[in-house]
Design a protein around this ligand. Structure first.
Ligand code: COA
Length: 169
């Protein structure tokens, strides 16, 4: 686990933009996202600062998580969605993502959401283990939803899109 004294979780600020883009780029792998090659773009073109939690160690952001309302439909106003999570490669397996997930659950509950959902690729073994450990359950599987270069030697392989969810209160 990360030293809780050394790790702070806070909301992002516009001044984090370049470091967040760097962290996002470092997590932009075929086993993580089906969106294809990374296209540089300003982080806050697609995220609002109050939707992004940042894990900071020694004043440096080392991880982030995006949690936002799942849609604008009134019928879905109780659902928040995790739409991005990444930890710097050098800082992994120290509990950073776990701390971000706990903070996201707290924030979602404080904002009145009762359900937290997310999508994860079946080839993303690390993320699947992380979410299972934090109590997320599989509620749906779109089988073979993507063809991605995650097979042996980068061969194309069939990948499922897995929908996970957790109740928050
Ligand atoms: C997935 C990811 C966010 C995990 O971040 P992390 O800070 O290393 O995770 P934690 O240290 O909090 O791990 C908590 C638990 O998750 C599981 N886990 C995390 N990484 C794992 C791995 N590589 N293999 C197996 N289990 C793993 C373990 O149960 C771990 O507990 P342990 O270290 O006591 O065994 C990180 O690997 C990452 O940034 N990957 C690229 C981006 C990504 O996949 N994002 C998720 C998109 S859905």
């Amino acid at each position: 686990m990360a030293d809780p004294q050394a790790l702070t979780i806070r909301f992002s600020a516009e001044s984090d933009a370049s470091r967040l883009e760097e962290l996002q780029r470092g997590s932009w792998l075929p086993r993580v996202t089906p969106a294809g090659p990374y296209r540089p773009r300003s982080f806050f073109d697609h995220h609002r600062p109050e939707e992004v939690l940042v894990a900071v160690s020694d004043a440096v952001p080392i991880g982030y998580l995006v949690v936002r309302r799942a849609s604008q439909m009134a019928s879905r106003a109780h659902v928040a969605s995790i739409e991005g999570l990444g930890v710097a490669a050098a800082a992994r397996r120290r509990g950073v993502a776990g701390a971000l997930l706990q903070a996201a659950e707290r924030v979602a509950a404080e904002r009145g959401f009762t359900r937290l959902t997310l999508h994860v690729l079946s080839c993303n073994v690390a993320a699947l283990a992380l979410y299972a450990r934090h109590g997320f359950e599989t509620e749906g599987v779109l089988r073979g939803e993507f063809q991605l270069p995650v097979g042996p030697g980068g061969a194309m392989a069939s990948v499922d899109d897995i929908l996970l969810a957790k109740r928050v209160a």
